[in-house]
Design a protein around this ligand. Structure first.
Ligand SMILES: [Fe+2]
Length: 122
């Protein structure tokens, strides 16, 4: 999967790691890899939120709400998969919802955040 680069390298590294885990998960479609993705999402979002707080980022609440929403959705899917043991749902979630979300989120929210941080010299 191709994603946009932002102007802050540490954020790109985080995004690339997440894509790597996502791609592995797309081949295995198992709960163990899904757990890894969830853990990484949490770490990734927390690191961005920490940067936003430190920089007094004006769109902090909106950006944080987007993170919280997608984490809630992913956790809900995880619960469904654990109950149903069905990897078809996971595949369609990842392909139709999570991947387009991540791409869009990076374009619409992470790109301006990175530019803001870089403009402050952070
Ligand atoms: Fe973000």
């Amino acid at each position: 999967m191709k994603i946009d680069k932002v102007s802050k390298e540490s954020m790109n590294l985080m995004h690339e790691e997440e894509i790597k885990i996502l791609e592995e998960l797309l081949t295995t479609l198992d709960v163990v890899h899904f757990e890894r993705l969830l853990e990484h999402m949490q770490e990734h979002f927390e690191s961005e939120e920490k940067l936003m707080k430190e920089a007094n980022y004006p769109s902090f609440r909106m950006h944080q709400a987007e993170h919280a929403k997608v984490l809630r959705e992913a956790r809900y899917i995880e619960m469904q998969i654990r109950n149903a043991q069905d990897s078809k749902d996971l595949l369609s979630y990842l392909e139709d919802e999570f991947s387009p979300w991540l791409d869009q989120h990076i374009k619409a929210m992470d790109t301006p955040l990175a530019d803001y941080l870089v403009s402050l010299g952070l």
